[in-house]
Design a binder for this molecule. Structure first.
Ligand SMILES: *Cc1c(COP(=O)(O)O)cnc(C)c1O
Length: 366
């Protein structure tokens, strides 16, 4: 079976973890500081604050902005549940808007319409590794004094006009097991705003400024030294691995180009899309449905994924929640029916990619 995710740790990663284990210093210390320093260079920010997960990175970023229950955070309808959970955890109201059907990131025209007196934060998600239209979002946010928080969980190393994601707004990254680099569980907040970075560090550590001096309600959102060792070792390979994902996407797109019932992922001009997922869409008019395509691919030894089978607000647990406000989302509703992710990771060889493409062509031919 060709899997969607394949984690391979090299000797350097194992050696760094062993160094931590032998040192006996397992909780946040020098290795975390080194990973933060390395990651801030990657994101092009002055500060990076490591956390226990991508979700807690988002919560930390939002809580650092001190949001009130009436404050609105605008998020896209197609995203992982963590985006919405983090907004609700921060105490604010989530306003859910539509996505663009071409690159599947938040639709800036819809964001513009949704902005009102209660809006405080624009929270784009760089879905599948494709950066949202950050220059357009910045142009909306800046004159209105709004903050941008980027859900960059799927997009370390992605950029727009040569400027890294996570440096346009406050960035939140994830190092969960399936992400482009992984520490098993882990996350990072990035910012060049010293005040936000300082708040994030205090929030992550029980609201503690100095030993047993508490400034407010905080959490334990710290990363361990073992996680940081894994992250530090993989950071060296991030650019090369992302390049491989981009190359792999090109090879599959070339082969799938002629399949008329599919819409292939695009990379908008000026953006570096790092292909956390290679997500095709099976058109509604296709005689082969998305779900039958997925099960036929499985029979050909190709694992696929549906990200996501429903829009984030469609689960019963969020219905009737007065802090979840939903706009019209026709594009996102169509994409959620059609979307299908094929394996694209850096360890796939040309023969695997050719097999994935051939099997997809065969299956779509009915
Ligand atoms: C993975 C992910 C998160 C959450 O990260 P965790 O590390 O799993 O907590 C948030 N948003 C998006 C879009 C993600 O893909």
């Amino acid at each position: 079976m060709i899997r969607l995710t394949d984690v391979r740790l090299d000797e350097h990663a194992l050696a760094l973890v062993e160094e931590v284990l032998r040192s006996g210093q397992l909780a946040q210390d020098r290795m975390v500081a080194a990973f933060e320093q390395g990651f801030s260079a990657t994101a092009g920010t002055e500060h990076a604050v490591a956390t226990s997960s991508g979700t807690t990175a988002l919560v930390t970023a939002l809580q650092a902005l001190d949001l009130q229950p009436d404050d609105e955070v605008i998020i896209p309808a197609l995203t992982f549940v963590a985006t919405l959970n983090a907004v609700l955890e921060s105490g604010a109201t989530a306003r859910i808007v539509d996505i663009r059907s071409d690159d599947m990131t938040i639709d800036v025209a819809r964001v513009s319409e949704a902005i009102g007196p209660r809006t405080r934060v624009l929270l784009p998600v760089h879905l599948f590794g494709c950066p949202a239209d950050l220059p357009a979002l910045e142009a909306l946010a800046q004159p209105r004094g709004l903050r941008i928080v980027e859900d960059a969980a799927q997009a370390p190393g992605a950029a727009v006009q040569g400027r890294q994601v996570g440096s346009w707004g406050v960035g939140a990254f994830s190092f969960y097991a399936t992400k482009n680099i992984t520490t098993g569980e882990g996350g990072m907040v990035t910012t060049s705003d010293g005040v936000i970075a300082d708040r994030a560090r205090v929030l992550r550590n029980q609201g503690m400024r100095a030993r047993y001096e508490y400034e407010g309600i905080g959490h334990n959102f710290r990363m361990t030294e073992m996680q940081a060792a894994l992250g530090l070792a993989q950071l060296e390979h991030l650019d090369e691995w992302n390049d491989r994902r981009i190359e792999n996407a090109g090879r599959i797109s070339d082969a799938l180009g002629p399949v008329k019932d599919l819409v292939l992922p695009i990379t908008p001009k000026g953006r570096r899309h790092v292909f956390h997922q290679y997500s095709i869409r099976v058109k509604d008019s296709s005689p082969v449905s998305r779900d039958s395509c997925a099960s036929a691919l499985r029979e050909h030894g190709v694992e696929t994924g549906v990200y996501y089978p429903k829009l984030v607000h469609e689960y019963p647990c969020f219905q009737g929640n007065s802090r979840v406000v939903v706009d019209d989302v026709p594009a996102a509703s169509a994409v959620t029916r059609q979307i299908l992710s094929l394996p694209i990771h850096q360890w796939l060889e040309p023969r695997h990619l050719d097999h994935i493409a051939e099997a997809t062509c065969l299956v779509m031919a009915g």
